[in-house]
Design a protein around this ligand. Structure first.
Ligand code: NAD
Length: 444
């Protein structure tokens, strides 16, 4: 992390408020402090702010704790939104935009912040949408602030969607492929350009609506790539081909690329599922039926259901059997359990009467409040002990290096069902396991 130090020397330090100190807000605020700015991170969650003030980091994100400690002098944590607004020139809205029951994004948290800004601001402010929001939200935020602008001061609304990935968020923020800034005045453009100038990444300036659509289009495209390779994996399974070879063969084509061509049990997390759903609703409002994205979602949902069926089929009678589950978080290197495939898969197996033992390196605390009647284990070997099957749900690196001999000696029955294709079938077979994975046929 030291390599980021003092890169900012050539741009002026700015006063920034980050409203919403979750996965995006906390990383954004910390990284802006690392770039030399004075940052106030705000949250309504008193417990989160109190933890942060006591140097306890409420989320797991590689490198974040270290970077917060290093920049503690330039970082403040508070629940006092009004004070943070007053003291800042740029206000980043990083609150959640969770799905409503009908799949649309719930923008009430964004509106609450906009109204607070309108009430309090007494000098020029740039209000930046960093949360993922539907196209036209910028217009609505600007209108709300204008309508309630108590001190009648100038302001600009900017859309600056965030593309960081949980698990590598700090590095993604510091080295983004691109920075997208949707803004409509030269004044805001100049300040935003200066703010991001220490990062040596291309900046794409657009109008606000285009920036908003870039975010939904990017996430939907990536979700589509995952569902595409999973559909091909299903064909491979039926035809007796090997999806790993097929993905390699496709991925070498530079027009396609190898990233996001990993067959598995599909995407989860706080972004892809809700953003795809929200984008379908946005398109619908404009009168466009986004059938392609609906198919992407359907394939993704079926992928988990089919995986649970695979487990059930391989055990024949599930009732009373013990299943060891490795990995609970929606992806490796995060403790985030939101929309994690493990939730659906474990719930389905429990419904069929299975006893679940589970291990995850970082997500067990969060999982405990979601998944009940699970025996949470202290390591992968404990989860395998006396199990009739070992199921791999999240591809944490430590699972790739397990001592399979030891695992086999502890299990009741040597069966591995791998939802992330982390092993070579021949290696597992050599150890005497039955190995079932995705798109590669069964190995006995
Ligand atoms: P999060 O739930 O981790 O954090 C949101 C925070 O906002 C919470 O701590 C909540 O208490 C706080 N909050 C809500 N209302 C508030 C208010 N009025 N004032 C102050 N704080 C308030 O969510 P997140 O994962 O950080 O996502 C935030 C936004 O960024 C979402 O729109 C999401 O789609 C988008 N996004 C997320 C990621 C990701 O990987 N998590 C990546 C890119 C974009």
């Amino acid at each position: 992390m030291v390599r980021y130090l003092n890169k900012f020397l050539f741009s002026r330090a700015m006063n920034i408020a980050i409203v919403g100190s979750g996965y995006v807000g906390l990383v954004t605020g910390t990284c802006f402090a690392e770039l030399g700015n004075n940052v106030i991170c705000v949250d309504v969650d008193k417990d989160k702010i109190s933890k942060l003030n006591n140097n306890v980091i409420p989320i797991y994100e590689p490198g974040l704790e270290e970077l917060i400690k290093k920049n503690r002098k330039r970082l403040k944590f508070t629940t006092d939104l009004k004070k943070a607004i007053k003291e800042s020139e740029i206000i980043f809205i990083c609150v959640g935009t969770p799905p409503k029951e009908n799949g649309e994004a719930d923008l009430s948290y964004v509106e609450n912040v906009a109204l607070a800004i309108a009430e309090v601001m007494d000098s020029y402010k740039i209000i930046v949408e960093k949360s993922t929001v539907p196209v036209e939200t910028g217009e609505k935020v600007a209108k709300s602030i204008k309508d309630y602008n108590v001190h009648n001061v100038d302001f600009d609304v900017v859309s600056n969607p965030e593309f960081l990935r949980e698990g590598s968020a700090v590095d993604d923020f510091m080295h983004p492929d691109r920075i997208v800034i949707g803004c409509e005045t030269e004044r805001a453009k100049k300040i935003m350009k200066e703010l991001y100038s220490p990062l040596k990444s291309p900046i794409i300036f657009t109008d606000i609506k285009s920036a908003e659509i870039i975010k939904h289009a990017s996430n939907s495209f990536l979700a589509a790539k995952i569902s595409f390779i999973n559909a091909i994996a299903n064909i491979c399974e039926l035809a007796g081909a090997d999806i790993e070879k097929v993905a390699e063969g496709i991925g070498f084509d530079r027009r396609i690329g190898r990233n996001f061509l990993n067959a598995g049990i599909g995407y989860g997390g706080f972004c892809f599922p809700k953003d795809a759903e929200a984008f379908i609703r946005i398109a619908e409002k404009f009168g466009y039926n986004f059938k392609l994205l609906r198919a992407v979602q359907e394939i993704n949902n079926n992928q988990r259901k089919n995986f649970a069926k695979k487990i059930e089929k391989s055990l024949w009678i599930v009732k009373g059997k013990t299943i060891g589950v490795l990995g609970l978080s929606f992806k490796p290197n995060t403790d985030d359990m939101r929309f994690a495939p493990s939730i659906d898969i474990i719930t389905e197996l429990q419904k069929e009467g299975a006893k679940i033992k589970a291990y995850d390196p970082k997500a067990m605390e969060k999982a405990k409040s979601i998944l009940k009647n699970v025996v949470y284990c202290s390591n992968p070997y404990d989860a395998a002990k006396d199990s009739d099957a070992l199921v791999i749900v999240t591809e944490w690196n430590e699972f790739k290096e397990l001592d399979l001999k030891r695992i086999k000696s502890m299990m009741k029955h040597p069966l591995i069902i791998d939802g992330r294709n982390i092993y070579k079938p021949e290696d597992v077979k050599k150890e005497g396991f039955t190995y079932i994975s995705i798109g590669r046929g069964e190995v006995h």
